[in-house]
Design a protein around this ligand. Structure first.
Ligand code: MEV
Length: 324
């Protein structure tokens, strides 16, 4: 038997602009995790997937179109294995569909568990590519930032390059510049869930429509995000947490101008700021999902209480470690 795990994530800066080739910064959340546990099964019994949190289990074979089963077989194939008899149990402490990478983390844990169980080593880049393919089923053509930060499990500076068309498979996979980031001091975040669920592809599609209708307006917003990302990278490296808070507020203002914020998110952001957060913004695709507030030891409890009072359906206090 084998167990593997993968973290959740937040996008600190640059969501949406990253789809248009600007840099984004994403951080792993080591305190929120998905797990995949594999037990062997008798020969000929096939592959059983269990999502014990959801009380579901289902058999999958090579022809399945169900995303996790498909990913399990894609992983086995990439390791040169054509069939397997095993029971894979998935669990997760990451809120589902909230913008914290629950799907990508479950997928990453699954791929890692299969490679460990079969005694093969997969580089994080290979894990990330397999997960990217499976995420495409849910999100259209994502930038790839979510699977990257989760598979590498470290803060990343991510710049998407023009999508490549793979001549042999016809698959589109983004190539990206991925640079590990250093973080001088641990960062304390309070994450508030708006309780509103919106599929990533909806706001992404809307931004694309608006960008096509008014390219110069959107291009200058995306350029402002690029400058901001550079300043945020410096603030992370030098440990200027107060400056970082102000920069996150500016990113929220740009996201509002892009049209991906919402009244529910803005109510939570205002509540966090009033309770003493150093900065706050939505994180992820927007229209719903989560907001993040940068806090310190002194005010994080007050910020968490303010978020609950303002209607957050879930509030999570978490720390992102320093990275040399
Ligand atoms: C979603 O987590 C982030 C977006 O930038 C979409 C993407 O990068 O694919 C909104």
């Amino acid at each position: 038997m084998t167990t593997a795990t993968a973290p959740g994530k937040i996008i600190l800066c640059g969501e949406h602009a990253v789809v248009y080739g600007r840099p984004a910064i994403a951080l792993p959340l080591p305190g929120l995790r998905a797990y995949a546990h594999i037990d062997s099964a008798p020969p000929g019994s096939g592959l059983l997937l269990k999502a014990s949190d959801l009380g579901r289990e289902w058999m999958v074979d090579e022809t399945t179109t169900e995303p996790l089963g498909k990913l399990a077989y894609a992983t086995l194939r990439s390791l040169g294995i054509s069939r397997a008899d095993m029971v894979i149990t998935i669990t997760s402490t990451i809120p589902i569909a909230g913008g914290m990478g629950s799907g990508a983390a479950v997928a990453t844990a699954l791929v890692r568990a299969i490679s460990a169980y079969t005694g093969c080593h997969l580089h994080p880049g290979d894990v990330s590519a397999l997960v990217y393919e499976s995420e495409r089923g849910y999100h259209g053509t994502p930038s790839g930032i979510d699977n990257t930060v989760i598979a590498y499990e470290q803060p990343v500076w991510f710049v998407r390059q023009a999508p490549n068309t793979d001549e042999t498979s016809g698959a589109i996979s983004p190539t990206a510049y991925i640079t590990p980031l250093s973080i001088a001091r641990p960062l304390r975040f309070v994450i508030g869930d708006s309780g509103v669920r919106s599929k990533t592809r909806m706001p992404v599609g809307e931004v694309q429509r608006r960008w096509k209708a008014n390219p110069s307006y959107y291009e200058q917003l995306f350029d402002q995000v690029r400058s901001l990302a550079e300043e945020i990278r410096d603030a992370l490296a030098t440990g200027h947490t107060a400056a970082l808070g102000t920069l996150l507020d500016t990113n929220q203002s740009l996201l509002e101008q892009m049209g991906v914020s919402s009244p529910e998110l803005e109510r939570l952001i205002a509540a966090a700021r009033s309770a003493g957060a150093m900065g706050a913004k939505l994180s992820g695709a927007g229209w719903g999902g989560i907001m993040i507030a940068l806090t310190d030891e002194i005010n994080s409890t007050a910020v968490a209480e303010a978020l609950r009072y303002a209607g957050a359906t879930d509030v999570i206090e978490t720390i992102v470690n320093a990275y040399p």
